[in-house]
Ligand binder design. Structure first.
Ligand code: AMP
Length: 189
């Protein structure tokens, strides 16, 4: 089963993806995590991406599509993937459809995790203290939120038109959100 967790920065996509990975045997594929790993490893790709990420803007479709292509059909992802932070453009969404189709898979659902802006800011401030991410500062966060508003308006209609979109209230506690997500996934399988 392949699913997308879609939502603004701080919505809890990563937290929930890790829980669902264990419960359903799926593989979390987070383009943000992959990019941060490239930065940590000091690769050319990481160097290129860092300034874009620090500004809260989107890295190129070519880079993120390439990263998903390299991981979508690994042994760990055979039972399906949880796409976290991908796709963020319609071109990425189309590329994802094609990549899944070429391994005889297709998306089961796109779950939008909705959280109000004020709550997101609070969460990001907390995460900055814990994880020390260089793009978790107020200025970059504003850009990431603005970017989210614009790319969600591009990507969500694509999935709504395919009847794949479901909305979840992400403002509740982690456990309540997990229960809700599991209901959706259990209904699908
Ligand atoms: P995230 O961890 O998903 O919040 O991503 C952190 C940053 O990585 C984003 O602000 C973007 O700069 C970049 N990024 C992650 N995923 C994508 C994507 N699918 N398309 C473009 N940029 C991305």
């Amino acid at each position: 089963m392949d699913i997308i967790l879609f939502g603004p920065p701080g919505a809890g996509k990563g937290t929930q993806a890790k829980i669902l990975e264990d419960k359903y045997g799926l593989k979390q594929l987070s383009t943000g995590d992959m990019l941060r790993a490239q930065i940590a490893a000091g690769t050319d790709l990481g160097l290129k991406a860092k300034s874009v990420m620090d500004a809260g803007e989107l890295v190129s479709d070519e880079i993120v599509i390439g990263m998903i292509k390299a991981t979508i059909n690994t042994a760990e992802a055979q039972k399906g993937a949880i796409f976290d932070g991908f796709p963020r453009t319609e071109a990425q969404a189309i590329a994802l459809d094609n990549m899944l189709e070429s391994c005889d898979r297709s998306l089961a659902v796109v779950i939008e995790m909705q959280v109000a802006d004020e709550e997101l800011v609070e969460r990001i401030v907390k995460r900055a203290e814990i994880e020390g991410r260089s793009d978790d500062n107020v200025e970059a966060f504003k850009n990431r939120l603005a970017a989210y508003r614009s790319y969600s308006a591009e990507v969500l209609p694509y999935y709504k038109a395919k009847n794949l979109h479901q909305l979840v209230d992400g403002a509740r506690g982690v456990d309540d959100v997990t229960i809700n997500l599991c209901q959706i996934l259990d209904d699908l399988s």
